[in-house]
Design a protein around this ligand. Structure first.
Ligand SMILES: [Zn+2]
Length: 244
């Protein structure tokens, strides 16, 4: 939680958070197009796992260049590329409900992706230097951008599954108490979440900006000084005033 105990690294009227791009150039183009149409002080943050299916060297370089021209935090994918840990595979931290087949597939993808990343000499130090978390103010609200959950890059504490249990809700509430933020924006689990807890505290997980299974339904929730919405099917957006 090192970044979350400090002063916000930026203050904007409109914050876009896109997690799980997974190397999808078409999703990236659509996202940037939508973002460009948003007027006023704004920021786009890619909160990790922006690489994955971009095993082709040219694709990888293009995604990397585009994402790092905005703000970005590391996901487990970028972390495992930059600083691989022994036997960690993709570093996904898969819980028990994920099948062994999925785990094995992920590890094979990571193996290929690692070879691609290592062929581009400038990439790994840049990925290693990215922060793991970011604190942003939208209006008066403090929004913590994480990848998994507040305590782990590969944490599943903000997943649909965890937040559907009493224990999971209690753990999420404790994370808000510890950090004093109003919103956690996460990713990592591939399934979207918008969950209001007490006192308007909210967990938003955009699922995956680059995966096709995402749904189109627009969800809105309002906090005292910022509103949350989902733009298209790609990204969570927090805005200073409720303007819809
Ligand atoms: Zn992840």
């Amino acid at each position: 939680m090192q970044a979350l105990g400090r002063a916000p690294s930026l203050t904007v009227d409109s914050l876009w958070v896109a997690g799980g791009l997974y190397g999808n150039p078409l999703a990236l183009a659509a996202l940037v197009d939508a973002y460009d149409r948003d007027a006023g002080p704004k920021a786009l943050v890619f909160n990790g796992d922006f690489h994955w299916f971009d095993v082709d060297t040219e694709d990888f370089a293009q995604i990397d260049r585009a994402v790092l021209s905005f703000r970005a935090t590391r996901g487990n994918v970028e972390t495992e590329l930059a600083t691989p840990t022994a036997d960690a595979g993709c570093g996904c931290g898969y819980p028990d409900w994920v099948s062994n087949e999925t785990v094995e597939q992920s590890n094979r993808i990571m193996e290929r992706l690692r070879a691609t990343a290592q062929s581009l000499s400038h990439v790994l130090p840049e990925l290693a230097a990215l922060p793991m978390q970011m604190l942003v103010n939208v209006g008066d609200e403090r929004i913590a951008i994480v990848h998994g959950d507040d305590s782990s890059l590969a944490g599943w504490g903000f997943s649909q599954e965890a937040l559907s249990t009493t224990q999971g809700l209690a753990a999420a509430s404790a994370a808000f108490e510890r950090t004093g933020v109003q919103v956690f924006a996460s990713s990592h689990t591939c399934l979207p979440v918008l969950r209001r807890l007490s006192e308007g505290r909210t967990v938003v997980n955009n699922g995956a900006a680059g995966m096709p299974e995402f749904f189109w339904r627009k969800i809105r929730a309002r906090n005292a000084n910022c509103a949350l919405s989902m733009e298209g099917r790609f990204v969570w957006r927090a805005v200073r005033e409720f303007v819809y």
